[in-house]
Design a protein. Structure first.
Length: 118
């Protein structure tokens, strides 16, 4: 499975961005999908995850109420709608497929940079 994230950019605090992750090579419809982020000098951290059906979602406390994860299994994509962005959301965002443990996924994609200015 190859994963390609897109949609990052520079936005002012309070603004919104929508990240997309396109999967190729095989369908990801049966996998739990997730988003992670890593800021310079910091550990990678979990952001959100969504079950294969889309019926269950899970979020980091830091993004609850601001971010929404969704998926379109017909298009083999997963998205992350980010609202009310804060400077501390600045990071490289990565999508992942096939959750094994809370932070262990089988497949990882290259990231997309999100920069939030104050």
């Amino acid at each position: 499975v190859q994963l390609q994230a897109s949609g990052g950019g520079l936005v002012q605090a309070g603004g919104s961005l929508r990240l997309s992750c396109a999967a190729s090579g095989r369908t990801v419809s049966r996998y739990t999908m997730g988003w992670f982020r890593q800021a310079p000098g910091k550990e990678r951290e979990f952001v959100a995850a969504i079950s294969s059906s889309g019926g269950n979602t899970n979020y980091a406390d830091s993004v609850k109420g601001r971010f929404t994860i969704s998926r379109d299994n017909a298009k083999n994509t997963v998205s992350l709608q980010m609202n009310n962005l804060k400077p501390e959301d600045t990071a490289q965002y990565h999508c992942a497929a096939d959750q094994r443990t809370a932070t262990s996924f089988t497949f990882w994609g290259q990231g997309t940079q999100v920069t939030v200015s104050s």
